[in-house]
Write a protein of this length. Structure first.
Length: 557
C-alpha cells in the first residue's frame, strides 16, 4: 500500500512558509558580499540577455555555476530588480525543503515525527533565517539532500529492505538521484557530488565493504550527474572554450586550501556554529545521539545515514581553510532529523530530558536573551563600544550612524526569556506543549529579531555606502571602491552593459575620459588623496568617504 502524506499538513506547511518567509524580503538592503554578488550576476543576466555565461562587472565570472542566478533572474523578471526579487527564490527553497522532509518523515515514521521534523527546522535559528536570505545555499542543500535520499531509496529497493514506500522501479530512484545531484553541481559546483560520494564511501566502510550499491550502478549514477551538468558545461565550453572550467577549478582549490578573504577560523568553528546557530534543535540532536537506536529496518538505516551526513559535513568543512557560517548549512537536515526523533520520543513519553539537558537549554536560551539585550543596549549607547573599536577607525566611524533603537526593540529579548520560563515551568506536566512553545516560539523569535535588528545593523555597517551609489545610479560614470572589495557599486550603482561596471577591473589611466565615483574607507582617505589628487571629496558618512573625479577634458587640435 502506498503511503500518501497528509494533504492538510502540506497546506499548513505552505501557509507557514508564505507567512514566515515571504513578507518583508525587500525591507532591508542586500548584504555585501554574497547576497549582492549573486544578485548582481542575475541583474546582469536580465540586462544583457546573456544567460549562458555568468558575468560580474560584465566580465566572465568563474566562481559559481549559474543555476541559482537563473532562478534569481526569473524572480527579478517577476518582481523587479531589487531585494525582493533576489531573495524570493529561497522562499520556494523553503517550501520545497519543508514539504520534502515532511514527506520523508511521514513515510518512514508517521505523521507525528514528520510534524516534529518540520517544527524542528522552522524553530531553529539559522535554518529558519536562511529562507529569508539571498544566499545560494538553501537550494544547494536541497539538491544534495534530495539526491542522497533517492540514492538511499535505490539502495533499499535493490537490496529488498522493507519498511517504506518503494513501489517505483529502482532505476527510477537512481535517475532522480542523478538529476538532483546534477542540479546541485550546477548550483555551486562539484562539491555536491563529492559530499554524496563521501557519504556513500563511509556507509560502505561501516557495512564492512559490502557492495550495497554495485560499482556499475554508481558509475551510471555518476554518468547521469555528468549528463545533467554537461548540458550547461558543454554549452559553455562550445561557446567560450575551456576557460570557465579551468578558472573555476583553480578557485575551488583556493577555497579548500587558503582562508578566503579573511574568512579563517579555529578547527571547531562549525561545531560551535551548529550548536549555537541551530538552537534548540542542536541540543535535541545531541540527546538523540546520546541514546541507543531503538529503530529497526529502514528507520535504523536512515538514522545511520543522517549521522554519516552530519559527520561528513562537519569534518569536511572543518578541514577546509575558509570558515564561513553557511558552509556547514547542509548539516541542518540530519541535525533536525535527529532532533525530531528525540522530540517524537519525548512527545510519546518514551524519553525524558535529563536535568543536564534542561540546564543546557536554559543556558543557550539565556545566551540568546543576553545577546538580544546587549544588542539593543549597545545600539542605544554606542559609546560603550568606542574603546573596543579604538584600533579600527572604520568600525568606530560605523558607530556614528544615527540609528533609532526604541524600547520596543527589546521585544525579542522579552520573548526569549518568556519562552525559557514557560518551557521550564510546564515541561514536567505538559511536555508536548512545552516543546511546541520552545520551537514555535523560537521561530517567532527569528522573525522578530530580523524585523527589529537586521535593518538597524545594516544601517550601521553599510547603508551609507549603498545610499551613495544609489544617488548616482542614473549617471553614466565609473563607480568603484578604493582598496576594498564590494559589489555595492555594481548593483546599487545600476551599472549598464555599454558603460561597464566599476573601475575595479580597470586601470586609472584607462578611465581618464570618464567621470568616476569612488568610495574610500575611513583610514585610507589620505592615501587615496595622494594617489588621486584630482578627485573632489563630496562628503563623508559612517566610515565611508565619497569622491568624484570629473572626466578629463579632451584637447582640441
Amino acid at each position: 500500500m502506498r503511503l500518501t502524506s497528509n494533504r492538510k499538513d502540506q497546506w499548513r506547511i505552505a501557509a507557514a512558509v508564505l507567512l514566515l518567509f515571504a513578507p518583508f524580503l525587500g525591507g532591508v538592503h542586500l548584504f555585501d558580499w554574497d547576497e549582492i554578488n549573486f544578485a548582481e550576476i542575475a541583474r546582469e543576466m536580465v540586462l544583457s540577455g546573456n544567460y549562458l555565461s555568468p558575468q560580474l562587472n560584465f566580465q566572465p565570472f568563474t566562481e559559481k555555476p549559474p543555476l541559482f542566478m537563473w532562478l534569481q533572474a526569473v524572480s527579478m523578471q517577476l518582481f523587479g530588480i531589487g531585494e525582493y526579487g533576489a531573495r524570493f527564490p529561497n522562499v520556494l527553497a523553503g517550501l520545497c525543503t519543508l514539504l520534502m522532509i515532511y514527506d520523508i518523515g511521514f513515510r518512514l515514521h508517521g505523521q507525528r515525527m514528520a510534524r516534529w521534523w518540520v517544527i524542528a527546522f522552522l524553530g531553529s535559528t539559522l535554518p529558519s533565517f536562511y529562507f529569508k536570505s539571498g544566499l545560494i545555499d538553501p537550494w544547494f542543500n536541497f539538491f544534495i539532500f534530495s539526491g542522497l535520499w533517492f540514492l538511499i531509496k535505490f539502495h533499499w529497493r535493490t537490496n529488498g529492505i522493507k519498511g517504506s514506500d518503494l513501489s517505483r522501479n529502482p532505476w527510477t530512484y537512481l535517475v532522480v538521484a542523478a538529476l538532483f545531484s546534477g542540479l546541485g553541481v550546477l548550483t555551486k559546483g562539484p562539491v555536491a557530488f563529492l559530499i554524496t560520494s563521501i557519504c556513500l564511501g563511509v556507509y560502505w566502510m561501516l557495512k564492512r565493504f559490502q557492495w550495497f550499491i554495485r560499482p556499475l550502478s554508481f558509475l551510471l549514477f555518476s554518468l547521469g550527474v555528468a549528463l545533467v551538468t554537461g548540458l550547461w558545461y558543454g554549452a559553455e565550453w562550445l561557446v567560450n572554450g575551456p576557460s570557465f572550467l579551468i578558472e573555476f577549478t583553480e578557485r575551488q582549490w583556493a577555497l579548500l586550501t587558503t582562508p578566503d578573504a579573511g574568512h579563517g577560523g579555529f578547527p571547531a568553528y562549525h561545531f560551535v556554529v551548529l550548536l549555537l546557530g541551530c538552537f534548540p534543535a542542536s541540543l535535541f540532536a545531541l540527546r538523540s545521539l546520546a541514546s541507543r537506536s531503538e529503530e529497526k529496518g529502514v528507520q535504523r538505516d536512515m538514522r545511520l545515514w543522517m549521522i554519516i551526513l552530519l559527520c561528513v559535513v562537519l569534518v569536511l568543512f572543518s578541514l577546509v581553510r575558509s570558515k564561513i557560517v553557511h558552509y556547514s548549512s547542509l548539516a541542518y537536515f540530519p541535525l533536525t532529523y535527529l532532533a525530531a526523533l528525540a522530540l517524537e520520543k519525548m512527545s510519546s513519553k518514551s524519553w525524558r530530558l535529563s536535568p543536564f539537558f534542561r540546564f543546557s537549554i536554559a543556558l543557550l536560551g539565556f545566551l540568546y536573551f543576553v545577546v538580544s539585550v546587549a544588542l539593543v543596549a549597545l545600539g542605544r549607547t554606542p559609546e560603550w563600544l568606542y574603546k573596543l573599536t579604538a584600533s579600527d577607525p572604520f568600525a568606530r566611524a560605523n558607530l556614528e550612524a544615527v540609528v533609532d533603537w526604541p524600547l520596543i526593540a527589546y521585544l525579542p529579548s522579552f520573548l526569549a526569556l518568556v519562552l525559557l520560563l514557560a518551557f521550564q515551568l510546564i515541561y514536567h506536566r505538559r511536555p508536548v506543549k512545552a516543546l511546541n512553545i520552545l520551537f514555535l516560539g523560537q521561530a517567532l523569535w527569528v522573525q522578530l529579531a530580523l524585523f527589529f535588528f537586521i535593518a538597524r545593523v545594516e544601517a550601521i555597517s553599510q547603508r551609507a555606502h549603498i545610499e551613495f551609489f544609489r544617488s548616482v545610479a542614473d549617471e553614466d560614470a565609473g563607480k568603484t571602491t578604493y582598496k576594498f572589495k564590494s559589489y555595492v557599486p555594481m548593483f546599487y550603482g545600476e551599472v549598464q552593459p555599454e558603460t561597464g561596471a566599476s573601475t575595479q577591473s580597470r586601470g586609472r589611466t584607462q578611465e581618464l575620459q570618464r567621470t568616476i565615483y569612488v568610495s574610500v574607507k575611513e583610514g585610507r582617505q589620505e592615501e587615496f588623496e595622494l594617489e588621486w589628487p584630482d578627485a573632489e571629496k563630496l562628503y563623508s558618512k559612517n566610515g565611508f568617504h565619497f569622491y568624484r573625479r570629473a572626466a578629463a577634458r579632451s584637447e582640441q587640435p
